[in-house]
Ligand binder design. Sequence first.
Ligand SMILES: *[C@@H]1O[C@H](CO)[C@@H](O)[C@H](O)[C@H]1NC(C)=O
Ligand SMILES: *[C@@H]1O[C@H](CO)[C@@H](O)[C@H](O)[C@H]1NC(C)=O
Length: 605
Amino acid sequence: MAKDKDILPSPTNTGSSRNNTRTHRLLAYSLLVPCFVLGTIVSFRSNNFGFEKLELALSKVTTGCHRNTNNAAGVCSQVDALYPQNSKNAEAWTEFGKLIETNAFKSLAIDKLRGLIKIPSETYDSMPPPGQDPRWETLGQVHDYLAEAFPLIHKTFSLTKVNTYGLLYEWIGTDSSLKPYILAAHQDVVPVNPETVDSWTHPPYSGFFDGANIWGRGASDDKASLTAIMLTLETLLGKGWAPARTVVLAFGFDEEAGGVHGARSLGKALEETYGRDAFAFIVDEGGGFKDVYGTVFATPGVAEKGAFDVKVDVTSPGGHSSVPPAHTTIGYLAALITEYEQNPFPVELVRGSVPHDTLLCYASYGETIPRRLKHAIVKSTHSDKALRKVEELFVLPDPWYSSLVGTTQAIDIVQGGVKANALPESAYAIINHRINTASSIKETSARDAYTITALAHSHNLSLNAFGEDIIAPSAYSPAARGHIELSIAFPREIDPAPRTPTSGEGSEPWEFLSGTIKATYNAHRGISGNNNIIVSPGMSTGNTDTKHYWNLTRHIFRYNHKNSAYGGDIASGVHTVNENIPLDHYLEIIRFFTTLIINADEAVF
Ligand SMILES: *[C@@H]1O[C@H](CO)[C@@H](O)[C@H](O)[C@H]1NC(C)=O
Ligand SMILES: *[C@@H]1O[C@H](CO)[C@@H](O)[C@H](O)[C@H]1NC(C)=O
């Protein structure tokens, strides 16, 4: 996953089961008060409704409230754990569940993953297309390895290689009236910095298993998912299970470099073959689950920020450096950079945004959430003052959450000057933006121009932003002292993703995923119940390959059931040294895909 991490703040421990009914009731009550008919509350209390009844009352009232608040209790309504129902499926699922616990299966699963980790399929920024750069060739080894490790899949599925290294597998189901779905993962990994190889406890491409964890680049991001998907399907094939619903696998090969050669081509090929909106849903890498405020939350990504790189180019006449002007292009550029950094985009929690919905879920179900925060969150569904209070209490103190809700800017590249005694005729900087879901490329670029207009003017610099003259050179007489040009630095800008429906019309796939997560979590711990894990809309700060798949379905889930209790990116080493995954977490991912694939066959959307 590109510069990504779960939505949840610092973990405590995960794995406990608890009953949140009481908390839920209390919150439901407080949430409803603003738009609730008092009589209904009284009747629900005096009739001593059970949980089910309360849910019923809740959903009714939520509908009634809808006009006033986008975000009443319905936002965090929970579904029951979803288990396979028909006997063929239930049996296959139960049997698979038992198999996962055997030592033979565990060592098989370890072997499959370590084999893939051993192939250093690194991708780099700005690589030319496949065929024009030998660094792509490790992907050929990935293909050979997959063919050897998963022979039944390669005998049964159809396989199309898209743009040389994109893998598109299809397992045609028996019922063509059911929309197919896509399981996505990526074959590539971020490069291991050669200077850090010595800091790895086990060599980065060893796939070493130390009895508890599997080590190596890609162990977590994203080879465990890819292997889990393949191993699940290979095992189901081996058991003679066959799907009613067509299963499509899309494995990109340059996700860590924006998916411009891989997922972009795969998305096009899929749209050409299957058509627009042809898929029931897509599951790709993304959010996981962990304990927050004493409750375990899963946060599948249902939205994604936009991204945009802006080049700020300053030019002015050169000359001999013995007769310098007050400012060179580098001096102007420095002033512009300072201006940007002094005017960051505001951090603003938006009612109805995914990060706000996540907080509503914490307030609804977090056992130990501080009372003041909980009250502010509940009130923030209708009070702007309370919304600002939530920012103050929760968002601003957490740099990660602040980044999540706002548009960010980071000046990541600067370049200028060629010789110590020559005035630089040009200098540029590149700003990397991650665009808040409530905003757009258009709004971000307009603000970038606006931020520096006054400064440009004070220096008699002309300014052109994205093809439009903001300050024409003719504004100055006798002449402008130089020129600023804002442009798109790399042709990979992307608006924030459309949001996957999580309530109301079109939310069936979300409910299906939620029930699947709950069943997986229960089965892996041998527990039962519906609220051992709470499923909340989630979002990450980074992008995935799914940014190229918007036309394929409205229902994109960035989720691979990763247990993030373990300590987040640092302990798991994602994008840094010592990447690893605990065996048990990896097995739970396999259980997730097993449950998902079998449940998908019974889902009716
Ligand atoms: C800036 O432009 C103004 C208006 O054209 C002009 O009067 C002034 O002399 C210029 N100053 C410099 C430092 O070039
Ligand atoms: C999605 O469809 C639109 C309209 O047909 C097209 O312009 C766009 O390029 C497609 N997006 C992707 C990512 O293929």
